[in-house]
Design a protein around this ligand. Sequence first.
Ligand code: NAD
Ligand code: ZN
Length: 246
Amino acid sequence: MNWIEKIEDNFSLIKKIVFVTGAGISHESGIPTFRGKDGLWRNHDAMKLATIDAFNENPQFVWEWYNERRKNIFESFPNKGHQAIAELQELFDVVVLTQNVDGLHKKAGSRNVYELHGDIITLRCTNCDFIEENFSEFSEFPPKCRCGSILRPNVVWFGESLPQQVWRNSIIHASESDLMIIVGTSLVVSPANTLPLIAKENGSILMEINPEKTEMSAEMDFSIQEKSAKFLPEFVNELKKIKSRK
Ligand code: NAD
Ligand code: ZN
């Protein structure tokens, strides 16, 4: 049975669609992935750039790298993949659990977005609770908080916990999903990579969209080797056609 037949057969049961997305969905918006072909970690040492120890040791160096990434992200736009997901919320209860820090799902108009790894746009104080929203230009470098401490990118670095409330809600949404679509993630980063298993244990259909096989492809009901900006619009059209037949 192919994915279209499976969805058609189960259509009346599919109320909630949960997307788990990663860097791959933004690749066609011009944002490099971490581990894919031409991924950032191919040329950079993650431990020197994306840990609190690296930041404490050399905030200037880490900020320079983050500023490059922020500049790239500020200049980028949602692609047809992000847009297709946003369009689907007119037909279903759609939730997006994203590992991305680029804000492109929200820019595309998705309403229920949970950013598991924070966002690269805002800044957070290393000392107090202060969060600087929509900060694009620094008057001093590295940027400082009103309390005098250094501000850091508001992302989750290796070894850090996910924002608690976001993670709790993500588990609930994963367990309530009827169809989970995993897009553009290598599924090697924990605990985000446990979400498909949580969904599966609760009877959800699992579908993966990634031009390459991942370590969890074997767990999927359907593993589709395509690029998301091409596949997702076709997927949404197919769902619309199925709906019109019902
Ligand atoms: P990853 O780099 O580990 O994996 C990216 C995956 O996307 C690969 O499996 C690759 O085959 C696939 N891919 C590449 N092009 C694709 C396309 N056009 N369509 C669909 N899939 C495609 O990324 P990850 O699993 O998200 O890694 C986790 C970490 O990377 C997260 O912590 C996240 O914060 C961070 N990250 C985020 C961004 C962003 O916000 N855009 C960019 C780079 C890294
Ligand atoms: Zn502060």
